[in-house]
Design a protein around this ligand. Structure first.
Ligand code: AMP
Length: 125
């Protein structure tokens, strides 16, 4: 189910529940600002999701409302995860779906980190 990013934040979404420890996740990194965990349905050999700890629906929501420490913490976490997973040399792709046309399924901002094989063209045609 895709979401409308203009909707208010739903604190029952699956990533909010992971952040609260209500459901498990295979965590790869956590600090005060971000949590990273393996995607449950990986689309590449490495497929990690990085999420901010705050309640933000999307990149535009986050960039409009988050504090400077939240923004820098989250951006640094994405880079940290890529470095620690050994993805810099082979290369990796970041992707953040937002709203209906992108088919965002979970209404909590998340950056996909894809790697581990040649990833092909940017978008399906
Ligand atoms: P998006 O379509 O960008 O909203 O991506 C949502 C992603 O969340 C998909 O790649 C799902 O496989 C992933 N996902 C959904 N539920 C879970 C979960 N419980 N643990 C880890 N990843 C999940």
């Amino acid at each position: 189910m895709a979401v409308d990013a203009t909707l208010p934040y739903d604190d029952q979404n699956i990533f909010a529940r992971i952040l609260r420890g209500e459901i498990p996740a295979r965590k790869v990194f956590e600090d005060d600002w971000a949590l990273a965990f393996h995607d449950i349905n990986p689309q590449s050999p490495t497929h990690i999701l990085v999420i901010p700890k705050g309640a933000y629906v999307s990149w535009d929501d986050f960039s409009a409302r988050a504090s400077e420490p939240e923004i820098s913490g989250f951006v640094r976490a994405v880079g940290h995860v890529a470095r620690e997973a050994g993805l810099v040399a082979p290369g990796y792709r970041l992707l953040a779906n937002t709203g209906l046309d992108s088919h965002q399924e979970v209404p909590h901002l998340h950056v996909h980190v894809f790697a581990g094989r040649p990833l092909g063209p940017l978008l399906a045609r």
